[in-house]
Structure formats: C-alpha cells, structure tokens
Design a protein around this ligand. Structure first.
Ligand SMILES: Cc1cc2nc3c(=O)[nH]c(=O)nc-3n(C[C@H](O)[C@H](O)[C@H](O)COP(=O)(O)O)c2cc1C
Length: 351
C-alpha cells in the first residue's frame, strides 16, 4: 500500500486542498498510458470514443477546473458537475465525512459550485487546449466529457424541468466563431439526497412531465442524455424510471448516486448520502436489475456503473455484469489519482 498522507488530514481540509494536490502531482509525474480496453459508443448517429472505460464520477470536479489533470492520470472520461444554472454555496454545517476503515464517504454538499457560466468556460478552455495539443501531436483523441446538471436549490419541483432545459441550451449555445460541442452528453441528476425533495421527481406522477421537455431539448441539440439513478429506489420506481426513459428515448443511465440508507456498523448522520465500500453490493444489485429490466429495450443505451468501485477488480466485475463504463469518487479519495493507473493495469491483465 502506498503512502496516503491526505488521509491523515480532516476530511473537509483534505477535500478543500485536493485540487491543489492533484495539479501538483500531475505536474511532477509522467502521464499514464491509458489506452486499455478502448470502447466506442454510437447511438442516434453520434459516436463517443473512450480510451478506457474508467472515469471520474459526478461531484469530484464540479466546475470542470481540472480536466487536464484527470487526463494526465489516465481517466477514460470525465463527468463534470453537478452544475446548477447560477453559483451556489454548500449546505450550511458539516458537509463531508470519511470512515477510513470501511472506505466510506458521507456528504451533504447540496450542489455547491460556481454555476453554469464558469463551468462552460472551463469546458471551452479545455477543448481549445485539447484541439491545439491534438493538432501538434497529430492524434485523433478527444476526451469524452459528460456534464452533470441539477436544479438550483430554491427552484421548486414544479419548475425544476426549466432549470435542466436552460442548462442544456446554455451548454449547447454556439457563437459564429465557435462551433465546438463542449459537452458530449448530459447527466440528469435528480438522485442526490442533498437537495430537498429532489428525488421526489422520480415519483410516477411527476417523472414523465419533468423529463419530457428535457428529452425534447436533448433531441433538438442531438446531445445524448443519461439519467442518474438512486440506489434507494424500490423496484417499482426503478421500473417506472426505465419505462419513461425508454419512452422518451433517453440514451442511458448511471447507477448509482449515494444512498440515504445506513448499513450496520456505519455511524454517519442520518441526513446526507453515503458512498464507497458500504454501497458496493447495492450498486452491483441496481446495475444487474437495470440490465435485466431493460432487456431488449437496452438498444445501445449507455450504462455507467458507480458506487463502491475501489479497485481494478471491482471495476472488472462491473464490466462483466454488463456496464459499458465505470466511474468512481471514493476510489480517488481512498487511493489517490494513481487509482486509475493501477486499475487500468488490472483491466489490461484481465483482458
Ligand atoms: C463528496 C461527494 C460529492 C458528490 N457530489 C455529487 C454531485 O455533485 N453530483 C452527482 O451526481 N453525484 C455526486 N456524488 C455521488 C458520486 O458521483 C457517486 O455517484 C457516489 O459517490 C457513488 O460512487 P463512489 O462509491 O465511488 O463514491 C458525490 C459524492 C461524494 C462522496
């Protein structure tokens, strides 16, 4: 086991200085050779090429400020966000905790971030630098970026759809001088337990009405949209979410977000979401149920597995269960950015 000095710091301090540490580590290390089990995804005439199937989960890089460092450490894709229309502060009080023994994380952040304008600027800057690098190196590589979007804290549930529609339009806005698509796909996040009432949008009476205008805008822009699921959905709610997503022709799913459940032996506050080790089995279960329920309705839909992926072995398990891609937050916290290099080596040996 390598040294992990950040685990000696209080969780909030480690979280706050992580971006600095990441960029520093990237500047003094060699880039990771990341071409392992490449995967090409095509749906509705759009293709995304992933140099490997391991990515950064939502919440790690909320404003898209560190995409180059993730690229350096070998990720196959980056999920930026959750981005809200306007800047937003975290929930008051304690917002993050860690249980090192169980490799568990707890958070009640509530979508803090600098807002859509800032995040779109980050993506634009990254794409510009990426295009220059590609031209210099003569490579055809482009890092897939998914933008995870969420409603503003004070937006009511009945108005929530409009926030997501606005974000999709905003990220697709192009000027006469710039026709680049910054975001390759959107992740519709209504599964966070940290925005009051958000998960009620999954209720059968609300979901279709909420998602229909969003699906229409995605279709209009030709940008894929994925729905991020909660591990706390019962089978009926999950089946209904699948049925509505298929009816509206969404392009896939991320399973799962954090859980509001507290397995035995875990002593975090009752509020907030739990992730990491204790979420592993439930995340596997939801992935399996999702794939079974979709059955022949999968039709090229992209499935990304998240939740308790803390090793290359677990990443391989999710792929063998039928996920196309795998992403992690807790893997980074407990194993640092080298996580990707190690996990990729494991996948390479196993392939
Ligand atoms: C501190 C923290 C912040 C998070 N923020 C977000 C977020 O803004 N949007 C989102 O969709 N998921 C967010 N998540 C959930 C992760 O993307 C992921 O779905 C979940 O943590 C399960 O993966 P893990 O077990 O690898 O951590 C967050 C998780 C943590 C621990």
């Amino acid at each position: 086991m390598s040294l992990r000095p950040w685990l000696l710091l209080p969780a909030k301090l480690a979280h706050d200085i992580a971006p600095l540490g990441l960029d520093l580590a990237a500047s003094i290390s060699r880039p990771v050779e990341a071409q392992v089990r490449p995967f090409s995804w095509t749906r509705k005439g759009r293709t995304l090429n992933f140099r490997n199937p391991l990515g950064i989960a939502g919440g790690v890089d909320k404003d898209g400020r560190q995409i180059w460092s993730w690229h350096h450490f070998g990720v196959g894709f980056v999920e930026v966000g959750t981005v809200t229309p306007k800047p937003q502060r975290p929930n008051p009080g304690r917002i993050i905790g860690r249980d090192i023994h169980n490799e568990a994380l707890w958070n009640r952040m509530g979508f803090p971030g600098r807002g859509a304008h800032f995040a779109r600027g980050s993506l634009r800057d990254f794409r510009r630098d990426e295009a220059m690098t590609l031209a210099e190196e003569g490579r055809g590589f482009r890092l897939p970026i998914l933008t995870n979007i969420g409603k503003q804290r004070e937006t009511s549930l009945s108005e929530a759809s409009a926030d997501y529609v606005w974000l999709i339009d905003f990220f697709n806005e192009q000027t006469r001088f710039d026709s680049t698509t910054y975001s390759d796909a959107f992740v519709i996040n209504i599964s966070s337990p940290n925005t009051t009432g958000l998960r009620d949008l999954f209720s059968q009476s609300r979901l279709y009405e909420f998602l229909a205008p969003i699906a229409e805008r995605l279709e209009f822009h030709g940008t894929p949209g994925l729905l991020k699921l909660s591990p706390d959905m019962d089978s009926e709610t999950l089946e209904a979410a699948i049925e509505v997503s298929v009816r509206l022709d969404l392009d896939g799913f991320i399973a799962t977000n954090t859980t509001a459940a507290r397995p035995q032996g875990i002593s975090f506050p009752t509020e907030g979401g739990l992730s990491g080790g204790p979420l592993r089995l439930r995340a596997r279960q939801v992935l399996q149920t999702l794939i079974e329920e979709l059955g022949t309705r999968r039709q090229g839909r992209l499935i990304i597995s998240a939740g308790g992926v803390l090793s290359g072995e677990e990443a391989a398990t999710r792929l063998s269960l039928g996920a196309d891609l795998v992403e992690t937050y807790s893997g980074l916290v407990f194993h640092g950015p080298k996580f990707f290099d190690r996990a990729l080596r494991h996948l390479e040996l196993g392939s």
